[in-house]
Design a protein around this ligand. Structure first.
Ligand code: MD5
Ligand code: FE
Length: 203
């Protein structure tokens, strides 16, 4: 089932469900090499999610701002490769949403607990903002905030469940968005936790 959020933004309900067990197994592999850590905003406030990356670039924050870097800030190692199953699924979802030949070079892994949230923000660290972004929700459901082009635009509330994917780009690429909180019952496999995989073209 497709739910349009905007002219070029769509929720693909349950698109990742048939592959969910495989996707979760690959999260565990990636985390072995690329441990989750708690980033702070450039202003020094710790984020309530724990984060890590894979791909040729990873998203990170330091006092000068947000940027893509080639090494994990704690281990100093190159990020592990994006699991093939994740890239292939992202390319297919992007295609379905009208974005041909999407080839992600970075995947951000966000881990949410019951106390995590993500304030309204725009994703604008990527070089080519014509490239779409693809996200995969796994684990507990979350209340997603879908805003406008201005921080002050009142956001719509959209529930994202285990297996849902979102693709957005084009005129919707710079919409403000966030996560208000997790909701519903703990997930049978993952417990009181949500993972969001966000696949992007950084460079
Ligand atoms: C998440 N992550 O669930 C959120 C939302 C991030 C981030 O926002 O930057 O790591 S998934 C992202 C999303 C879904 C639908 C639309 C937009 C973003 N958007 O318009 O940018 O961990
Ligand atoms: Fe974002």
């Amino acid at each position: 089932q497709r739910v349009a959020l905007g002219p070029q933004a769509v929720v693909l309900r349950q698109k990742a469900s048939p592959l969910a067990a495989e996707l979760v197994a690959r999260i565990e592999d990636v985390l072995q090499h690329s441990p989750l850590y708690q980033m702070a905003t450039p202003g020094g406030k710790p984020l309530s999610v724990r984060t890590t990356s894979c791909g040729t670039h990873g998203w990170s924050s330091d006092p000068t701002g947000y940027s893509y870097v080639r090494h994990h800030p704690l281990t100093d190692q190159a990020w592990p490769e994006i699991p093939a199953a994740w890239s292939a699924l992202a390319t297919e979802a992007a295609q379905e949403a009208g974005f041909a030949q999407f080839a992600p070079d970075t995947c951000l892994i966000n881990q949410y607990g019951l106390d995590s949230k993500m304030a309204l923000h725009q994703d604008r660290s990527e070089q080519d903002l014509r490239q779409p972004v693809v996200s995969i929700s796994l684990g507990m459901s979350a209340l997603f905030l879908w805003g406008g082009m201005q921080r002050s635009d009142k956001p719509a509330h959209v529930l994202l469940h285990h297996g849902d994917m979102v693709v957005w780009g084009g005129v919707d690429r710079l919409r403000f968005h966030g996560i208000k909180h997790l909701t519903g019952a703990p997930h049978p496999q993952l417990g009181a936790m949500r993972y969001n995989l966000t696949l992007r073209r950084a460079r």
